[in-house]
Design a protein around this ligand. Sequence first.
Ligand SMILES: Cc1ncc(COP(=O)(O)O)c(C=O)c1O
Length: 439
Amino acid sequence: MKHERKWEETRSDIIPRSHAPASSLSTPTTPEQPNWEILRRDFPVLDQQVHGYPLVYFDNAATSQKPRAVLDALRRYYEHDNANVHRGIHELSNRATAGFEAARQRAAKFINARSADEIIFTRGTTEGINLVAQTWGSKNIKAGDKILLTEMEHHSNIVPWQLLCERTGAKLVYLPVTGDEGHLDLREIDELLTKEVKLFAMTHISNSLGTVNPITELCARARKLGVVTLVDAAQSAGHRPLDVQEIGCDFLAFSGHKICGPTGIGVLHGRLEMLDAMPPYQGGGEMILSVDFHQTTFKKAPHRFEAGTPDISGAIGLHAAMDYLDALGRQNIFHHDQELAAYAYEKLSGIKGIRLFGPKTGRAGVVSFLLSDVHAHDVVTVADQRGVALRGGHHCNQPLMRKLGIESTARASFYFYNTREEVDRFVDVVREVQKFFGA
Ligand SMILES: Cc1ncc(COP(=O)(O)O)c(C=O)c1O
């Protein structure tokens, strides 16, 4: 107890220093009126030329860029506070522990979890989903059970469930996608979401289509049948407000690196009742109460699921990222993303021979397309030569691509530091490719 009180005492002087809140933004922006153009200056990496052109970074669905507030938090941590957590009684260890646990509190607030005990730090969305599949899944899934996914899932929300099905004899079923417009075909839901389904895992926002799924409604339907739900929030957490209590999901996972935070850190949220009933994930230090030669007792959630030295600086950087985003207002970010995506979609629609994927309206900041007879990689290569960073490929959505009868798409994905002028440059490049290949 004495030890714990020490963390609290340390917290007040360490946290403001280690996690400068978004007041360190370069302009006095408010959640009501962020100045997107000026905010760009918070991102040093954006201020560069690529192949002789000013960089246009449109690969935000893969990973976002990092503002100075996050870079500074990481540097401050390593320059002043670096030590291992939960173990030492010395000052630096106490500071590191306070910073790490403060990040957990911040993550709980970020998604309105009921308590910081519902927040497990992971390496990212993929590890969060694997953790649920391996612990909750191994305990609760048996032969004959069904796991419901959607056809637009990222491989990270397919493969862990396939592995679980192989181990247990359970079966995967998929809620279909309508086609190029990329909506979930909810006409099929009554037939597919039945009592035999033990888990319904769904993406909030599709990383290749930009579809925003009605997860609150889907979770409510599942809950009525006693079906456990998991939301893949990799593409939504940093782009729109998230409230796990309102969504009503049992689990939700996201990655720090897609929301302006560092790579190597992510969050798995689980309802405490679920986490308390789950066996450990990995074994090792930090997650034990006591170890004997033949037997171990474990800590409660969340520490039971965090074996070994965690990514302390990652959590501290993530804390700064969450402060930064909330100072801008995630609702504002979402509107900005949507406006850019709608603008890009409209301009691209005018190009001869283009095939656009995803909803015509209401899409998130992702636009995927193909030019007839031009490979997506060729589009991306030419764009790169003009300083425009796109992504081409299956975007870890191979089953969806096969369903749509394609191998890949070219994808532009936006964030709040992108501008309409950048969209103009990108569309000019696509026109140039179309002319060059005579598509
Ligand atoms: C929808 C979705 N889910 C899961 C992931 C996996 O995220 P990570 O690689 O950070 O674990 C991604 C990454 O692109 C994604 O877009």
